[in-house]
Design a protein around this ligand. Sequence first.
Ligand SMILES: [Ca+2]
Length: 421
Amino acid sequence: MSTTSTHTSLLIAFAFTCLFLPTETSLIGELSFEPPFTGVDRDGHREIPNWTTAGDAQVLQHFARLTPDRQSKRGFLWSNPEASLPAEFSIVLKFRLSGQGKVLFGDGLALWLTEYKSFTPGGFHGSVEDFVGIAIVFDTFKNEESGSKHKDVSIYVNDGKKDFAHITANVEGCDAMLRYHEGRGDFSVTNSSRMLLEFRDNSLKVYIDARNTGDFTDCHSIDNLELPEGWHERARIGLSATTGALADNHDVLSLKTYSRTSEAALQRGERGVSDLDALRQALEHQMTSVKDHLGSQLGKVQAQESKSELRIAILEEKLTDLLLNELTSRLETLEGFNVHNLKRAEEHTETRLSKLESAVVVKMEERIRQLEQALANMVEKHVEENKRSWWGPFAIILVCVFLFFGVTYKKFSALRLMRMV
Ligand SMILES: [Ca+2]
C-alpha cells in the first residue's frame, strides 16, 4: 500500500469518525432533559432544570406527565427563554401515550418549535394556531370535522399569518401506532415511542419509532419551509398535551436536542433499561395513577359534600320560610277571628244597651205620667176637700216629688254618659 493511499484511507476514516461518532459537545444541555429528575423547586415539586412546568403537568422521577388519564386537563413544558436553536439541529423525543380507555381516548401531545418564549395556552392542541415555527402533533383523537385530513403525526408549519382553516387545510405527516392501552396484559411502563426531527438548510425531516424498537421509519419531509429568516434563533422548544371529554396519560420521558443532525441519527438505536429501572418506573407509573385516582375521588367526595351542604342550607331556608309563612297565616287568621268576634261582641253590647236604654226611658216616661196623674188627682182632691188648708202639705209633697225626679234624672244622665264613654 502506497503512502498516498494510506493517507487517503486515514482521511476517509477520520471523516467517518467526525460524521458518525457522537461527541458530548453536540448535545445542547439546556434544550434537553432525561430522567432521573432529582431536583425540587422551592414549593417542593420535582422540576426539570431549564424547563418550565405549567398547567396540569407534573414532573416525576422517571418522566414528566403532561396530563393524567383524566378529562379536561392541559399541561405544558417550555424551554429556557434564553436558549435559542442553532441553524442546524436535531431533536429526539421519547414519550408514552397510554391510558385505560380501550377505544375512546385523546387528545394528544404536541412538540412546538415556535417564537413563543413561554407556554401560550390556546385551543389548538393546547397552544395557539397562529404561531411562527413548526408544530409536530401526535394526535390520538380523530376529529369528525377533520375527516380524512387526520394524521397520527401531523406536521404544521406557520409563519404567523395562516389561520386555523389555512394550516389545517392540508395536513402533512404520517400515521403511526403511537398509543398504548394500559388495560392490555402486555402493557409495560417501559413502553414508549420516539420521534426524530432534523432541521437543516430550511428543510425538515421527521422519523418515527412508534414502539421504540430502535428502528426509525420515515414519516414526512418538507423542503423550503415558509418561515421567516432566522426564525430558529427566536424559537423555543415547547411540549403540550390536552384531554377533553376523552383522556389519556401524556408522558414525556426524554428530549435531546443536538446541534448537528448527524448525531441524532446515531441515537436511532437505544439501549434498554435494567430490570431494576423498569421496576422503579412501573412503581412510579402505578403510584402516580393511584394518587391521581384517589385525588380525583377525594375531589368528588368533597364536591358531593359541598353539594349536600348547599342542599341542606337551601332546605333549611325553605323550611324556615314555610314555617314563617304558616305562622304568619295562622296569626292573621287568629287576628281576623278576634277582631271579628270583638266587633260582634261590641255590636251585641251596643244593641243590648240601646234596648235597655229604650226600656228605661219608656218605663221612666210611664212612671212620670203615672206620678203626674196621681199628683194631679191628689191636687184636685185636696182642692175640693180643703180649700184653705191644702197649700202647706201640697207644697211639701211637690218639693219631694221634684227632688225625686231631679235625682233620678241626674242618675239616668250619668248612666248615659258612662255608656257613651
Ligand atoms: Ca385530533
